[in-house]
Design a protein around this ligand. Structure first.
Ligand code: AMP
Length: 430
């Protein structure tokens, strides 16, 4: 029988890798909480119409990449990103009636039927956040600065921030008309995809990696020629605040992103080029001031970002935390298994991570297993120890062995582990 395999582009994360995932998630949760964000969890499945309305009908995500299905009479989709669901939840629960500004973060899987490659999967994890109710450039700068600090803490080398302003809805419309006016006489020089996009979503042509399009786009009207006074002031303030924070950034007037909802501030953060390739974005984000009202909610401005967790893991120089357990309880002979289980329970009650081998393995095999698990202490319980009410405690690193009264064993093990962790801490430069 052919063994079953996971769906292409959807990966298992095995325990050997999970330590780094959890470290990144912990750093993320702490950073976001330091900035006043609280976690929100929204469903993985939403009505398809939510994504069509929030992300835009003529985007790659909605046109080609969603896992959509119908169930009874409902048209549903696996969420391709987190912002639409968060905005839907914000509107559905009338959150604006309870607080003027809402700061939410989320972490979880997203689903897009893209061509899988390094750093691009069909089920991937995003760490994201949204601020609802603050339209000013101050929180935009704070968000970008927070992300730069986060990437620093995750030890991502070569972090580079790109910012742009797309202006409000009116600005985008005027720019779109000018862009179509410029591109239409040059249509023959564009790639077939861009020719198609000229009719559906001309802004995306600015983003094209095709050299034919880049050549044409080089002389295209810039969105910055169409920003109104309010947009300009907003962008100037954002830059002023980033300068004040000494957060380095580059203005990229050609920056547009794949999702239709952005207004005014737009940003991307790249890093670890050698590991990820220059084109690979770690974090994408921006304002979407019209989305909440577009979903039937109040006129509340918003900004958010999402970072790909797998890409952060490729980019990050953080090491995996120590694995396994602190101690191993080794019963020798069937008669000692019950007492060994009890001893292990005692150790765990004191916060000592331990395993106990109840399979009747030899002492040699159990010591090998202790090594493989990274256990520092082995507590050996043979029939003679059981009869005498003692336990043999072996410190594999200090290479000492002592015979202790059963009642003293937990305290001694705890002391040894605490002393060992102090030595480790003392070696870490502050
Ligand atoms: P987006 O939601 O498209 O703005 O993407 C935000 C971030 O999510 C990107 O910068 C990537 O880090 C990550 N990301 C997007 N799509 C994928 C994917 N298919 N696989 C892995 N990561 C992704």
């Amino acid at each position: 029988m052919t063994p079953l395999r996971a769906v292409k582009g959807m990966n298992d994360v095995l325990p050997d890798e999970i330590g780094r995932w959890q470290r990144v998630e912990q750093v993320y949760a702490r950073t976001l909480s330091l900035h006043g964000f609280r976690e929100v969890r929204t469903p993985y499945v939403e009505p398809t119409s939510l994504f069509v309305r929030a992300i835009g009908e003529v985007t790659d995500v909605v046109e080609k990449e969603m896992y959509s299905f119908s169930h009874h009479d409902d048209a549903l989709s696996l969420r391709p990103e987190g912002t639409a669901g968060a905005a839907r939840a914000y509107v559905e629960h009338s959150v604006q009636t309870r607080e003027p500004v809402t700061r939410w973060w989320y972490a979880g899987p997203m689903f897009r039927a893209e061509r899988p490659q390094k750093g691009r999967y069909r089920q991937f994890y995003q760490l994201g956040a949204e601020i609802f109710g603050d339209g000013g450039p101050g929180c935009d700068a704070e968000m970008i600065d927070m992300l730069v600090s986060l990437l620093g803490e995750l030890r991502v080398p070569g972090v580079e921030v790109l910012v742009n302003s797309l202006g409000g809805a009116g600005t985008r419309e005027r720019h779109r008309d000018a862009l179509v006016g410029y591109l239409t006489p040059r249509v023959a020089a564009l790639s077939p995809t861009a020719q198609q996009r000229l009719k559906t979503n001309p802004l995306r042509i600015l983003d094209s990696k095709d050299p034919r399009d880049q050549e044409v786009v080089g002389g295209a009207p810039s969105i910055h020629d169409f920003l109104d006074a309010g947009d300009r002031a907003h962008f100037a303030k954002l830059r002023e605040y980033l300068d004040a924070l000494r957060t380095p950034y580059t203005v990229d007037t050609k920056l547009v992103r794949g999702l239709d909802y952005y207004t005014r501030t737009l940003f991307e953060i790249k890093g670890a080029h050698e590991k990820l390739g220059a084109g690979s974005t770690l974090v994408g984000g921006g304002r979407y001031d019209a989305m909440v009202a577009g979903l039937g909610g109040p006129d509340v401005p918003a900004i958010g970002f999402a970072a790909g967790l797998e890409r952060l893991l490729i980019a990050s120089d953080l090491e995996a935390p120590a694995k396994g357990v602190d101690a191993m309880v080794a019963p020798i002979g069937e008669a000692t298994v019950g007492a060994a289980l009890e001893l292990a329970r005692d150790l765990r009650r004191h916060g000592i991570r331990c395993e106990v081998d109840t399979r009747g393995s030899s002492l040699k095999a159990q010591l090998r297993r202790a090594n493989a698990l990274g256990a520092r202490i082995v507590l050996i319980l043979g029939e003679s120890e059981l009869a005498e009410g003692v336990v043999q405690v072996k410190d594999l690193e200090a290479r000492v062995e002592e015979r202790l009264a059963r009642g003293d064993a937990v305290r001694v093990v705890l002391d040894r582990l605490v002393a060992a962790s102090r030595n480790v801490d003392a070696r870490v430069p502050s």
